[in-house]
Design a protein around this ligand. Structure first.
Ligand code: DGL
Length: 242
């Protein structure tokens, strides 16, 4: 495949959790990151708004040579992946809540996601689905001090008295990439046996398209270009500083 950037898009910092895994597994690629802080959160927008915003962002990243797009955002992936592929003219890979991996579980699974993503999933006896109105934005606004994010309060605001669920769920699915940044708080709240997300599946899906050069696995000199208004903040969140 010819050289060009692997462009990672999200409404903000969430996609950094995806980018981190991508550079770990495919370190010899060139990456471009766009976090769209001004339009965050995506999870409360309607489809028309999301499509307009994303078309604008694609026009912006297309000033650079792009070989494929990774949606570091569950909300965009579950709603607009095909439209984005059509509009951009390059292959698009998305991140999705891996609900099907838990279908055989006898125990309970909880999917936490943005309101928009949550609406795409049907709850059942064993799968509970919770859409959180403000959590992604709260994380975005407090990315420099994540201890200010109050997960319990966010949960209460969205679903009222959804309390005392400690040890109730075997699995909690993080259906929004922003939530990776407060994984410990979520763990402490529910004490599940495991917390999963779609990021590992996304990384695996890309294995037919991107090359994993094992000799570069310990390489820390990643080729990542951060573009857009909050580029510096996302660069820091990625750990590149400076
Ligand atoms: N990080 C995104 C997701 O995975 C978007 C969050 C938002 O902007 O609402 O859904």
């Amino acid at each position: 495949m010819e050289k060009g950037y692997v462009a990672v898009l999200d409404s903000g910092v969430g996609g950094i959790s995806v980018l981190k895994e991508l550079v770990k597994h495919y370190p010899n690629e060139k990456y471009l990151y766009l976090g769209d802080y001004y339009n965050a959160p995506y999870g409360n927008k309607n489809l028309r708004q999301l499509l307009d915003i994303t078309k604008h962002n694609i026009d912006f990243i297309k000033r650079y040579p792009i070989k494929l797009i990774v949606l570091g955002c569950n909300t965009l992936s579950v709603t607009l992946k095909d439209d984005i592929e059509y509009y951009s003219g390059v292959s698009v890979f998305g991140v999705y809540p891996p609900v099907e991996t838990t279908f055989n579980h006898k125990n309970k699974t909880l999917l936490l996601a943005t309101v928009k993503t949550a609406k795409q999933y049907r709850a059942s006896d064993n799968l509970h689905v919770v859409g959180l109105k403000d959590l992604a934005k709260d994380i975005e606004n407090n990315v420099l001090d994540l201890s200010s994010v109050n997960f319990d309060l966010n949960l209460k605001r969205s679903v009222g008295n959804f309390y005392n669920k400690k040890h109730f769920y075997q699995t909690v699915i993080l259906g929004c990439t922003h939530y990776e940044f407060i994984k410990n708080q979520i763990f402490d709240h529910f004490c599940p046996q495991n917390i999963i997300s779609g990021i590992d599946f996304l990384v695996k899906n890309l294995s037919h398209t991107l090359k994993n050069d094992k000799s570069l696995v310990n390489n820390k000199d990643f080729d990542v270009l951060f573009i857009g208004h909050n580029a510096r903040i996302y660069r820091n969140a990625f750990g590149m500083g400076g």
